[in-house]
Design a protein. Structure first.
Length: 352
């Protein structure tokens, strides 16, 4: 009996050793390579339990990588509008006011300069341009003056005008006549894009700092007129427009630092004569024409995909409005439905 008891005790001890001791012994002899998983696969959870990011990626997105959703917008038509219907004018800031330069009244180009005070919601006379024009481009300089490039009278013109408190004067000429073009300012340099010389759409992207001398930066892959324009960083986006008289849905990106121009995406519909603006880091487009239809939509635009997300609605369809911006508030002044308008529309992010 004693021999049997000892035999059972030894058997139980061996059984316990096999169940509990041997796996622990085997685990203790296994080696784990730092930065790898137990199986030695790079990128799996290591000794700390953290996942190793792939090369070139941050473990958490930075502020530059995540811009967030576009802001919600509020759209309203101001009680008092323009003294007379106007379209295809240029609008530039003047302190806390906006200057309204030239434009089309009926079938005639205007040399009138008006000032809009958004606090009092009034519009009054502010001077006269040297040359009447519409469908021009403009830029506001650091010295307080505004440059107006080309445009149309009875024909397309090459005049470069300056307007300041002393009035308007001609200061130079474009390399060729040009109307229906766009202008953007980056780091003190003015860039002219697209347009029409009276015979053909223009591909040249020009740079100037004074309106007198011009430098060729690059050429557009798709020459357009009547496009919308928005600037984010060093990139100028040309949205839609007309090429050889036909509307396009192309979005072109001009990188002024790299001196390149590329078609990067396409809108879901072809558009022209719309207003494009930037609020925060988001691009928006308002109104414009799609075919023969004048649009009332205000959409957030993703230039990388061409996607549009409804952000608001105008109180009526508007194309060819003058666009002015003061801080985070945008104004669409006048325009066409296709009848010319006296209205002033205010667009701003919803606050609170």
């Amino acid at each position: 009996m004693q021999r049997l008891a000892r035999t059972v005790a030894v058997a139980v001890a061996l059984l316990l050793l096999m169940v509990f001791g041997l796996p622990r012994l085997l685990r203790g002899s296994a080696k784990t390579t730092p930065g790898t998983g137990a199986a030695g696969v790079t990128g799996a959870a290591g000794a700390t339990g953290a996942t190793t990011p792939a090369p070139g990626l941050s473990a958490s997105p930075s502020a530059a990588q995540v811009t967030g959703p576009p802001p919600s917008l509020t759209v309203s038509t101001l009680p008092t509008g323009l003294p007379a219907a106007l379209s295809r004018e240029q609008v530039q800031p003047s302190g806390s006011n906006l200057l309204i330069l030239g434009g089309l009244t009926g079938n005639n180009s205007s040399a009138s300069v008006q000032v809009f005070n958004p606090i009092s919601d009034t519009v009054g006379p502010a001077g006269t341009l040297a040359v009447a024009t519409h469908d021009a481009a403009s830029a506001h300089l650091a010295n307080g003056s505004d440059l107006i490039f080309g445009g149309g009278e009875a024909t397309t013109i090459d005049t470069v005008q300056s307007f300041a408190s002393a009035g308007g004067r001609t200061i130079g000429h474009l390399p060729q006549p040009r109307s229906d073009l766009q202008a953007a300012t980056i780091a003190g340099k003015v860039y002219l894009l697209g347009g029409y010389n009276g015979q053909a759409d223009q591909p040249d992207v020009l740079e100037t700092t004074d309106g007198v001398t011009f430098k060729l930066v690059t050429v557009l892959p798709l020459p357009v007129r009547y496009a919308g324009i928005g600037v984010v960083g060093n990139t100028i986006y040309l949205v839609g427009g007309e090429h050889n008289g036909v509307q396009t849905n192309a979005i072109q990106a001009v990188d002024v630092g790299a001196a390149t121009a590329t078609v990067i995406s396409h809108l879901p519909v072809a558009l022209s004569h719309e207003s494009v603006f930037v609020l925060g880091s988001s691009l928006f487009l308002a109104g414009g024409r799609s075919g023969t239809t004048t649009r009332f939509q205000v959409d957030a635009l993703n230039p990388q995909t061409g996607g549009l997300t409804r952000a608001g609605a105008l109180t009526q369809p508007i194309a060819d409005a003058g666009l002015g911006q003061l801080g985070q508030t945008v104004y669409l002044i006048g325009g066409e439905t296709p009848a010319q308008l006296r209205t002033i529309v205010r667009i701003s992010p919803v606050t609170g």
